[in-house]
Write a protein that binds this ligand. Structure first.
Ligand SMILES: NC(=O)c1ccc[n+]([C@@H]2O[C@H](COP(=O)([O-])OP(=O)(O)OC[C@H]3O[C@@H](n4cnc5c(N)ncnc54)[C@H](OP(=O)(O)O)[C@@H]3O)[C@@H](O)[C@H]2O)c1
Length: 233
């Protein structure tokens, strides 16, 4: 097989971008995916192959580059209504939200894995999940269901596509949502207090795990939590 070419979905910003940069620092080739062709991400530190696809749409064409490894990082995360007290209007909205999450976080990744694999068997796939994949919180059910299904997909693909290795990284919150610095610090303290290690994780720790699993030659079907022991207390 040719030299390593890693396709990273959702590569324009945040964790996806950090994965791309880590690959580039190793002198590897990267296909950097983004949702819209018209958007212009900040330049990367070295040239990349660019590819766009809005994952709510069916996959029309694969990137025109041979891909050896795939990191499924893009995801949809929308807060919704608690399912216990939905009004009639909320029900339609929530069903559409569930369909959207399953589309972007489950079906679209499946289409991409299968499409690439049919063209040329992949060395490895790493799926980004979430340490909350098997917990339920009111207002987050659509997202949570899509992540739990994602865990099932990792195991299924590992079994179905062997010897391609398929693994997942399930981070705890490493990038809190609050923008206001004081609110953000408060959020970080709350997250840290819920971990065994007593501190919030870093993007670097997540990237390290992604590259470890991408290259771990005797691991498949594995879900590696990078969450400081979030649910071990
Ligand atoms: N951040 C955390 O603390 C945390 C915690 C647990 C799990 N995770 C997981 O780790 C991964 C990376 O986290 P993140 O916070 O960096 O992710 P993010 O910023 O929420 O999303 C990553 C990318 O997903 C892409 N995306 C969303 N909808 C799309 C669509 N319809 N079509 C194509 N691309 C779409 C976006 O691409 P564009 O920019 O091109 O629109 C976005 O840049 C995600 O899978 C996330 O669920 C993160």
């Amino acid at each position: 097989m040719s030299e390593r070419v890693t396709l990273v979905t959702g590569a324009s910003q945040r964790i996806g971008r950090a994965i791309v940069e880590a690959c580039l620092q190793r002198g590897e080739q990267v296909v950097a995916h983004r949702r819209r062709a018209a958007s212009t991400p900040a330049p990367y530190s070295a040239p990349v192959h660019e590819w766009s696809w809005d994952m709510v749409e069916p996959l029309q064409a694969l990137p025109p580059v041979e891909v050896t490894d795939l990191v499924l990082n893009a995801s949809l995360f929308e807060r919704g209504h608690a399912w216990g007290d939905l009004g009639a209007g909320d029900t339609d909205e929530e069903r559409e939200r569930l369909e959207r999450h399953l589309r972007v976080n489950l079906i679209a990744p499946w289409e991409l894995v299968i499409g690439l694999h049919q063209r040329q068997p992949l060395r490895s796939v790493v799926v980004m999940l979430d340490t909350y994949l098997d917990r339920s919180f009111a207002g987050h059910a659509a997202y949570q269901v899509s992540r739990a299904a994602g865990a099932g997909m990792v195991r299924a693909l590992a079994a179905e596509l062997a010897p391609t290795r398929v693994n997942a990284v399930a981070p705890g919150t490493v990038l809190p949502s609050a923008r206001d610095p004081a609110e953000r610090a408060e959020q970080e303290d709350a997250i840290a207090a819920r971990t065994v290690l007593g501190r919030i994780g870093t993007v670097e720790a997540v990237v390290e795990a992604v590259l470890y699993l991408r290259d771990a030659s005797y691991s498949t079907g594995e879900i590696l939590r990078i969450d400081g022991g979030r649910f071990k207390l």
